[in-house]
Design a binder for this molecule. Sequence first.
Ligand code: ATP
Ligand code: MG
Length: 250
Amino acid sequence: MSEVVIRVRDLVKGFGGPRILDGVSLEIHRGETVCVLGRSGTGKSVLLKSIIALLDPDAGLVEVLGRNLHALTERDRLTARRDLGYVFQGAALFDSLTVLENVGFSLVQAHEKPDVIRKRVLEALEEVGLAQAIDRFPSELSGGMQKRVGLARAIISRPQIVLYDEPTTGLDPLTTDTINQIILALQKSHGITSVVVTHDIRSALTIADRIIMLEKGRIIAQGTPDEIRANQDPWVQRFLGLQPPVVHVP
Ligand SMILES: Nc1ncnc2c1ncn2[C@@H]1O[C@H](COP(=O)(O)OP(=O)(O)OP(=O)(O)O)[C@@H](O)[C@H]1O
Ligand SMILES: [Mg+2]
């Protein structure tokens, strides 16, 4: 079995109220594409933010590339995060900055030279098929293009791991396919390990090596797409749309 690059053990997170993550344990191996599925509000974004140490756990352990980010100072976390790309839910671009400035933001912070920044941004934009948009503003781009700019920003520091939070939500099926192809191409050409949070079952079944299903802060099923399809648990079947929905009309 290949190297474990993300290890989460017995992760618990609440916000002073009920537990949002209630003892999550998982391992992600180098080069894998893992999709985390679950309905709205079940703690998917909280899980990703805990992995990248934007949120600290109440209990449990998170290790990324063998390091416990939560034990580091904020300054050291910033350095450690260069190995991690994060695609935010919603594109989360700065409206007043161009695509160049958005994608190259972290390189400006790292005091890279302008010509180096432009070259690196162009390379990242080429990976997502958007080199022509480098001098445009986010408001001049479609939703799908904005998501691709978010992807380019996530890979600008050449991370080993990319965490995607709902990269295809709200997109039409064809644009969704484009984003999925980019995710797979990045994995293939750079060996990037991908963790993709989504409630888009079709995407998960298409791109995932492994699917992890979260419900109420716990993992209730995991396996390859074929194993998940064959899982007879009624909740899993319903989530996959393989059983008719239960609708209570008052
Ligand atoms: N910073 C925070 N402070 C307090 N509560 C939070 C915080 N972040 C998330 N929560 C709560 O944790 C729960 C899970 O949120 P999370 O964003 O992880 O859901 P999700 O599975 O990503 O949902 P969606 O599919 O809608 O994005 C929600 O009830 C949310 O209100
Ligand atoms: Mg979310």
